[in-house]
Design a protein around this ligand. Structure first.
Ligand code: PEP
Ligand code: MG
Length: 586
């Protein structure tokens, strides 16, 4: 655009929050504090301990003040990120280990804190699950805040930005995202971060376009450069030419138009042309996402992943803490239902005082319901908290990674014990519905036996595809083999829903497959009663649903099931979509 500026360049990162933003670069200094570890004399150790304690207290004071300031604009449900950071500042491992390093090794407070961070990082870097790995960045953010206080380095806040800018930073903390004023910050891009980092989740919840994981973008752009960012594809264009500028301006207008049009569907029923209803719900990990479920017309929460409460901490959350979190969510969604999944973590995935051992093959290890059954006290605390939350609205609960009937019976026996303990002490819904995730091939094969034991099935297609096809869902080199339309997957989906309906119970899908509008005709045609997905996908899926008839969908499902390969089924489905719904897929 400006001949003074350098040539147009394209950078590719990870699309973290959809939307196109155009604006001037505003580099925000979020670089790491440089720290050197030095030995200190014995008599200096009390001083170092004191410096550490004071920095922790100042960091807490700063977070409390930020919390206070943000209360006016964000409401308590958005502030739990700050609470999580405050909790980390009280974390026994973070504080205890740093204190010990200072005392035992005789090193300076910064060096000691950096060592503790190193231990946290080593742990998180070794975690397979991308989502949980990203939680390590919360610890880093908190440590950076403390370090800045130790070395007296101020950080420029994001709430006094002028003009229409795209914030460029090495990394942004969730607290930074909460401070963003959407009238001034069009979007943000960072060197670090992944799709599931806490900041990316908040960006999606607040619908701020974002591209993360660009690695060196802070070094590659200059203040005053013009940027176009596409938060869906991860593309960043630096100093676009006139042609690119026009193209993206059109894309942006088109995107915003489609979003506005889709939102008009919000209050229209999720039903087919011939009046068949299919419930569309939202998946959430954080209470912040509830607003987005409401905004996009979700009819409840079909999957609440409770894992996040157990993360970033060395002690398990107490029953009371869990009760607070679950009941807040239930109250916020009432009268619509919330389906709460019991803990789905395993040896590779958490930092808690659960008794977990290292495992060679964690995806096949002690995770999810297997872990809960081995840790009955922790399991009971979670079940008590979920049951108590059921006094505030409709709650359903379900167990992840079920492989057989014995597990279901064992889990339900513990649930019965917990109900007995609660009777007369706490209100709860005696008839709370109990379901299971179907995501392991053995559960598909015995779906008829399992259906006799529970009130509903919810299919986790992410894991079902992983385990059925033996394709690690996190391995980017195998992504082309991760095939939702593989005949084995489609046949499994049919077996599951048929078994559920034969037993008179409902079947839903809460894996990513539910969020792809292309698959809607198949899932509808197979007879699924409910789909649960990230909230922004709900209107897109609803749009296709409202253009189908059940008869048509059954035909599509029947035909899709007849192919020998995923590629054939895919080609067929694409043809059908083009013929029937092309204008809905703009
Ligand atoms: C799934 O496996 O499809 C699912 C919804 O659960 P998660 O992604 O949490 O494993
Ligand atoms: Mg799963």
């Amino acid at each position: 655009m400006d001949s003074e500026k350098s040539e147009s360049r394209q950078l590719n990162g990870i699309g973290a929050s959809a939307g196109i933003a155009i604006g001037q670069v505003r580099i925000t200094d979020r670089r790491r504090v440089a720290v050197t570890e030095v030995l200190v004399a014995n008599e200096e150790i009390p001083g170092e301990l004191d410096r550490f304690t004071r920095a922790i207290e100042r960091a807490k004071g700063e977070l409390f003040a930020l919390r206070e300031q943000l209360t006016a604009t964000h409401g308590p449900e958005h502030l739990c990120v700050i609470d999580a950071h405050l909790m980390l500042l009280d974390d026994t491992m973070l504080v205890g280990e740093t204190t010990q390093y200072i005392e035992r090794l005789g090193i300076n407070a910064e060096g000691a804190l950096k060592r503790t961070l190193g231990r946290f990082k080593a742990f998180f870097d070794g975690v397979d699950d991308e989502y949980l790995r990203e939680r390590g960045s919360d610890v880093e953010t908190v440590v950076e805040r403390v370090l800045r206080h130790m070395v007296g380095q101020k950080q420029e806040p994001l709430d006094n930005i002028e003009g229409k800018v795209i914030v460029v930073a090495h990394d942004l903390s969730p607290a930074d995202i909460l401070q963003i004023d959407k009238n001034k910050v069009m979007g943000f891009i960072t060197d670090l971060g992944g799709k599931t980092s806490h900041s990316s989740i908040l960006a999606r919840a607040f619908e701020v376009p974002a591209v993360v994981g660009l690695e060196r973008v802070t070094a590659e752009v200059r203040e005053g450069d013009t940027l176009i960012i596409d938060g869906a594809t991860g593309v960043v264009i630096v100093n676009p030419g006139a042609e690119e500028f026009r193209e993206y301006l059109q894309k942006k207008q088109r995107y915003e138009y489609v979003e506005r049009e889709l939102l008009k569907l919000r209050d229209l029923p999720a039903q087919t042309l011939d009046g068949h209803r299919m419930r569309l719900k939202g998946n959430v990990e954080f209470i912040e996402e509830v607003a987005s479920v409401h905004k996009h017309g979700g009819e409840g929460i079909g999957l609440y992943r409770t894992e996040m409460l157990f993360f970033n901490r060395s002690k398990l959350p107490t029953e009371e803490e869990q009760f607070e979190a679950y009941s807040a969510l239930v109250k916020k969604m009432a009268p619509q239902p919330v389906t709460i999944r019991t803990l789905d973590i395993g040896g590779d995935k958490c930092l808690t005082d659960l008794d977990l051992s290292d495992e060679m093959n964690p995806a096949l290890g002690v995770r999810a319901i297997r872990l809960s059954l081995r840790q009955p006290e922790a399991f009971k605390a979670q079940l008590r908290a979920i049951l108590r939350a059921s006094a505030f609205g409709e709650v359903k609960l379900f167990f992840p990674m079920v492989s057989g009937v014995a597990e279901v019976r064992a889990a339900k026996a513990i649930l019965d014990e917990v109900k007995e303990e609660l009777r007369g002490k706490h209100a709860f819904d005696e008839k709370v519905q109990v379901g299971i995730m179907i995501e392991i091939p053995s559960a598909v094969v015995i779906a008829d036996l399992l259906a006799a034991e529970v009130d509903f099935f919810s299919v986790g297609t992410n894991d079902l595809i992983q385990y059925t096809l033996a394709i690690d869902r996190t391995n980017e080199h195998l992504s082309s083999l991760f095939q939702p339309l593989h005949p084995a997957v489609l046949r499994s989906l049919k077996t599951i829903v048929d078994a559920a309906h034969n037993a008179g119970i409902e079947a839903s899908i809460c894996g990513e497959m539910a969020a792809d509008p292309e698959y809607l005709p198949i899932l509808l045609g197979l007879g699924y009663d409910e789909l649960s997905m990230n909230a922004v996908s709900i209107p897109r899926v609803k749009k296709i649903l409202r253009r189908c008839t059940v008869q048509e969908a059954r035909e599509v499902a029947r035909k899709a099931l007849s192919f020998a390969t995923a590629a054939e089924a895919d080609a067929y489905l694409k043809g059908e979509i083009a013929a029937r719904f092309s204008e809905s897929f703009d």
